[in-house]
Structure formats: C-alpha cells, structure tokens
Design a protein. Structure first.
Length: 280
C-alpha cells in the first residue's frame, strides 16, 4: 500500500528522525526539507497538512521541556486530570468511547481455536495498519510495514483461529478514531486476550487524556500497585491494540519517550500529532 498518505507519513517520520538526531545543531526548515527531498515550501505545506500545525510548533510538542511540563502539571491522579478536562472535551475520547471485554479462557484456549477473526488493512496518519475483530470486538490492531507482516503478527496471537479477510463495522468504528470529526464516533468495543493485571493496565491507559502524558509509575499508582512499575511496563509493552489503547502516551519520568513496540520515531510522531490536535 504505497499510497500518497503512506509516502507523506514516511517523509514526516524521516524528518522527525533527522530533527531528533540533530537537535543540538538546531537544523532549520531548509535543511530538514532538503533531507526529505522537498522544497522548503512543499515541506512546510506537507507537514502542516499532516500535523495540523507548522513544523516549528510541532517541535515544541515533542521537546523534552514540553514532556516535563505535562508530567509536572499532571501529578494529580490520572482520573482527576481526565475529569478536569470536561466531559465534552475530545481529550476524554478514549475514556468515554472505548470499552474492554476480556476473553474467556475458552475463547483463546488452543491458540484461539474457537475464535472466528475478521481482519482488514487500512491507512493511518502514522503508516499502514492491520485491524482484526471477533464478533464481540476488536481483538488486534497494529502498525505494519506490509500486509504480510501484519497478518503474521495477528496469526502469532491466535495461531489456530479461523481467519477471514473482511472489513466489518467493529473495525470501521475503531478506524474512525483517526478522523478529525469525532461527533459521529460510535462506541468502540475491544475483545482482548490478557491477564487480569494486563487488562487493568490497559484500562488505565484509556484514562490518559489525548495530548497528555503519563509515566509507568503513575499507571502503577492508578491501579493500586505502586511498586509494580516494571510489571506495568511489561503489560504496556504487550498492548495488542495500537493507538486505541494509548500506550504511546506513557513515557519515562525523565521526560524521555522510552520504548514503543512500533518504533520510537512513530511514538514521537503520534505524541506530536496529538499535541497539535488538542492545542490548535
């Protein structure tokens, strides 16, 4: 799926990586544009169309200072922070619209032998994706370089499930999350294989408002396991639903991004993009 949207994202990702690797040199717009083989004018326009803001403003949202400021502001509990944003705010989108149902042992035993899974491929502002669903909800969503790699990752989760390449309403509702108009968004149902601990962590992630950031320690406190930061990190790292369960909003207490299953450049891009959506 080498479409224009994917090409645009790849250029943005290349620019972000270059800016991040050369931040001490403070590269200017012309230099970054040259790096991604565009004129400064076209680069500025491409970036603004993708992020909804200028490259200069975007850089502020992915800076260490901005991350530290957000963490400092959000030392109140996550739920209090979410409440303060107001029920009508788009930043509470996940908390209001996404519900998680855990799979029963019978549903995922023997590699998901009892599961019928629909799957399809889609584009996002951050590259190609695969999204899959059971009859109860979305069970998997991941960024994938190509269709084959995406399906391989899905198959590893449920090796004995019955797979059908089919786009259904559950998947469409989930993909609506990337649209700027969320007024028509239906409730998004997730049907996930996970331990009780993992499910608790993933539910806590849904309460981090869009455009905000949290830490592994804060999530551990949120689920009443203050000494379990490492285990929380492991649960976050095994999140089966990219973007919808916003593990990208969890960073280190130092303000550094930390790891991300789908790549640190993509994590930086998402954090900056969400910052632009909530601050324009």
């Amino acid at each position: 799926m080498n479409t224009q949207e994917t090409i645009n994202y790849n250029r943005i990702a290349e620019a972000i990586e270059y800016i991040r690797d050369h931040f001490k040199d403070q590269p200017n717009l012309d230099e970054v544009a040259e790096k991604v083989h565009l004129s400064p004018f076209h680069f500025q326009r491409l970036f603004s169309e993708w992020a909804g803001t200028s490259p200069k403003k975007f850089l502020q949202y992915i800076s260490l200072e901005h991350a530290k400021k957000l963490l400092k502001e959000n030392q109140a509990t996550i739920s209090e922070t979410a409440f303060e944003t107001g029920l009508s705010g788009t930043s509470r989108l996940h908390d209001l619209f996404v519900t998680i149902e855990g799979m029963t042992p019978a549903e995922y035993k023997n590699g998901g032998k009892n599961l019928a899974v629909n799957y399809s491929f889609a584009e996002s502002p951050f590259g190609n994706m695969i999204v899959a669903s059971t009859q109860k909800g979305v069970c998997f969503m991941a960024f994938a370089e190509d269709d084959e790699a995406g399906f391989r990752a899905l198959h590893e989760k449920f090796p004995n499930a019955r797979f059908s390449r089919k786009l259904d309403l559950l998947q469409q509702n989930a993909l609506f999350i990337f649209q700027n108009d969320w007024n028509k968004l239906s409730e998004i149902k997730l049907h996930l294989k996970g331990t009780d601990f993992q499910l608790k962590v993933w539910e806590a992630l849904l309460k981090i408002p869009m455009g905000q950031l949290s830490t592994y320690g804060s999530i551990a406190h949120q689920i009443a396991k203050p000494n379990a930061s490492r285990a929380v990190g492991t649960a976050i790292g095994s999140n089966p639903v990219a973007f919808l369960i916003p593990c990208h909003r969890v960073i280190r207490s130092s303000g550094m991004p930390g790891g991300y299953m789908w790549g640190n450049t993509r994590k930086t891009a998402i954090i900056g993009w969400e910052g632009a959506q909530t601050n324009h």
